[in-house]
Design a protein around this ligand. Structure first.
Ligand code: PLP
Length: 375
């Protein structure tokens, strides 16, 4: 089908090819090489923080952040119930237990009013996840963290360049993590970053990322702690640097596309998206995500997805809640709530085509199919 609209493709519109070729020709294709350090330096600048450490994906970035904070067995870490599974798994890798808080029905982010009831003497950290590119209410999260002496690790995998009160995602807690998977607003294919303003933590992150090789001195094969090989390659970083050069452009495209969806879907009963205050939040729309009210829309989400597919439009379901994951139940996570908001989003939510380079004609087509599907 030639005019099939995929749900999300990377936009590689700048120096990606040139830099990758340069890296190949230089022979620096593993984790040493100028693109790694340049990508790290420029990403730190982009986020407005002092330190950025490149890693091989967004999942290990979260793991590494938690390791550097000393989180492990017997500890609890509060995470949103509505998130991508990587947030929870990264906590499990440390031996700690993820504790789930339902989503706010308006923002879809962690419900800040439900965090305190989940804090116990074992709680060590909160991981706010900036869902779909909308930053959490970080004032409230930092207030709670301060009150109970908890660390804050922002999972900003979906929110490159988003802002809260003018401050960039990743600059609002103790440490933050990013993913550069192919569908992200900025991509390296596979890749991730851990960022912080804390020099001591940055050094620990570098140490654990590279199998706990000593950070200084001649290379000796003596390792004082158990480390990980979470290095990012020079090839991936070459793509990352090229993406970063056009970060503003990609962000603007994502925002413009979302506004087109809003325009074309206006007035259709039974379809909703996140709610936020534009004066406080700059939402960067990783995905154009919506949920439907099946009664008002006249069809279920799954019926709608089939109709979209039959008409050449790809879409995806929103995340299944952490409380419903067999893996996490087997791990011993407690499921002691109804998680109504998460259930609504995972049963009725979908995301529509979201590539940065979508055209207005394509977005209009998606919305026309959706309008015709409504009963
Ligand atoms: C919220 C969140 N955290 C973590 C990740 C994991 O990132 P990666 O796929 O790069 O490991 C993702 C990926 O989509 C994500 O959406």
């Amino acid at each position: 089908m030639t005019d099939f609209i995929p749900v999300c493709e990377p936009s590689l519109l700048g120096n990606e090819k040139k830099y990758v070729l340069d890296a190949v020709e230089s022979g620096w294709i593993s984790s040493a090489g100028k693109y790694v350090s340049e990508f790290e330096t420029q990403f730190a600048e982009f986020c407005g923080v002092d330190h950025a450490i490149g890693v091989c994906n967004g999942t290990v970035a979260i793991h590494l952040a938690l390791v550097s904070l000393g989180i492990g067995k017997g500890d609890e870490v509060i995470i949103p119930n509505f998130t991508m599974i990587a947030t929870a798994f990264a906590v499990c890798y440390t031996g700690a237990t993820p504790v789930f808080v339902d989503a706010d029905p308006n923002t879809w982010n962690i419900d800040v009013n439900k965090i305190e009831e989940k804090i116990t003497k074992n709680t060590k950290a909160i991981i706010p996840v900036h869902i779909m590119g909308l930053i959490c209410n970080m004032d409230e999260i930092n207030r709670i963290a301060k009150k109970y002496s908890l660390y804050v690790v922002e999972d900003a995998a979906e929110a490159h360049g988003a802002t809260f009160q003018g401050k960039k995602s990743g600059s609002l807690g103790d440490i933050a993590t990013f993913s550069f998977f192919a569908n992200k607003n900025l991509t390296t294919g596979e890749g991730g970053m851990v960022i912080t303003n804390n020099k001591e933590l940055a050094l620990k992150i570098k140490y654990y990322k590279n199998l706990c090789f000593p950070l200084e001195g001649a290379r000796e094969y003596n390792h004082d702690d158990i480390g990980f090989n979470y290095r990012i390659s020079n090839l991936h970083s070459a793509i990352g640097l090229a993406q970063l050069e056009k970060a503003e452009h990609y962000t603007d495209l994502r925002i413009k596309n979302f506004k087109l969806y809003e325009k074309f879907l206006m007035g259709i009963e039974g379809i909703y998206t996140q709610v936020w205050d534009e004066k406080i939040y700059k939402h960067v729309h990783w995905m154009n995500a919506f949920y439907i009210d099946p009664k008002k829309f006249g069809r279920s989400r799954d019926e709608l997805m089939s109709i979209l597919r039959e008409n050449g439009v790809d879409s995806r379901k929103l995340f299944t809640g952490m409380h419903a994951q067999l893996s996490l139940k087997k791990y011993g996570c407690k499921v002691d709530n109804e998680y109504d908001s998460t259930m609504n989003l995972s049963q009725n939510g979908l995301y529509l085509p979201s590539s940065s380079h979508l055209t207005e004609v394509q977005i209009e087509k998606v919305c026309e199919v959706l309008k015709r599907a409504k009963k």
